[in-house]
Design a protein around this ligand. Structure first.
Ligand code: GRG
Length: 297
């Protein structure tokens, strides 16, 4: 635990990159165009925030690193799929992601659709192929938890709500409802799956961790809304100013910049509070929270 956060995070990022690289089909494996597009969309980019949360929660629960690597990779594959689909013309219609052309621009729309589908199914293949929890029942629950977080009662449902909200005025609770699903559900799953690779935490502790992850998920989105207007396209590696351009309700459009910043800090405080009682074992989770709040891209 003596390693500084930057080194720890770089280590986790390298570990997840190497694992994903080893599990994504090779570029010369048929169908080559699809496999190239999958590798293009997953490897060599992204902050890997969700894997960092899985690894940090894994440290809290003293989880075997091999197990947590698999769940972190599965969550990152779902995230990468969501970005590929989110960038499609029928969704956010964007041309830049992680500093390079989006999947449908580099390849084509049909390939991007299949890329998202294939990344999603690969995620579940990874979760199902070997032992990742202390009991088979827990592992089945973890698979169901990721499915639920990704589907219509989670991320995809939040995206549907988002598409429906364009040009509308949302109340703060409605905006929160949207983001608890669209962004928050996967962040929560990343955290909880990391911890559930061992049976060390009891139900009460898992509830506290879940509350932590809910606060972090919302804080992530508030910061994302701030960066969309405060940062440049070059820094973000994706098109800045998209929310206003698309007439989307955001924390900034509803609260203004300074109140949105205050909300991010309040959520950071709430997240910290949820970790009270875990002591030093939660150090990495606190550090990942700070990274999410202070990030510049
Ligand atoms: C088409 C069935 C179907 C489902 C699609 C597209 C979709 C479901 C959901 C989209 C969810 C989505 C894109 C949420 C945005 C969350 C968000 C703020 C993403 C940016 O995450 P970062 O900053 O990105 O962690 P990096 O590139 O660092 O990984």
């Amino acid at each position: 635990m003596s390693v500084d956060f930057q080194s720890w995070a770089s280590n986790c990022q390298a570990r997840i990159e190497a694992f994903l690289d080893s599990r994504l089909p090779a570029n010369d494996c048929v169908p080559m165009r699809l496999h190239k597009a999958m590798r293009y969309s997953v490897l060599g980019g992204g902050k890997r925030v969700r894997p960092l949360l899985s690894f940090a929660a894994g440290e809290l629960a003293f989880v075997d690193i091999e197990r947590v690597t698999v769940v972190a990779a599965a969550v990152e594959l779902i995230h990468a799929y969501s970005l590929v689909h989110d960038d499609l013309p029928c969704m956010d219609d964007d041309i830049l992601r992680r500093g390079k052309p989006t999947c449908h621009i580099e390849f084509d729309e049909a390939t991007a659709l299949l890329t998202g589908d294939s990344l999603q199914t690969l995620a579940f293949e990874l979760l199902a192929e070997k032992r990742l929890a202390d009991t088979p029942e827990t592992q089945l629950e973890m698979i169901a938890q990721l499915a639920q977080a990704s589907g219509s009662r989670g991320m995809a449902g939040g995206q549907a709500f988002d598409l429906d909200s364009v040009g509308k005025t949302l109340s703060l609770p409605e905006l929160e409802f949207m983001h608890v699903h669209k962004t928050g559900a996967l962040i929560r799953a990343a955290t909880m799956l990391g911890a559930r690779c061992s049976s060390r935490l009891d139900v009460d502790q898992l509830d506290k961790l879940d509350h932590f992850a809910k606060c972090v998920g919302l804080a992530f989105q508030v910061v994302d809304d701030l960066l969309d207007i405060e940062a440049t396209t070059a820094t973000l590696g994706k098109t800045a100013g998209k929310d206003a351009e698309n007439n989307k309700p955001t924390y900034v459009s509803i609260l203004g910049i300074s109140q949105a910043r205050e909300l991010a800090e309040k959520l950071q405080h709430d997240a910290y509070q949820a970790l009270d009682g875990f002591g030093d074992d939660a150090l990495r989770l606190r550090q990942v929270t700070d990274f999410i709040i202070k990030r510049k891209f």
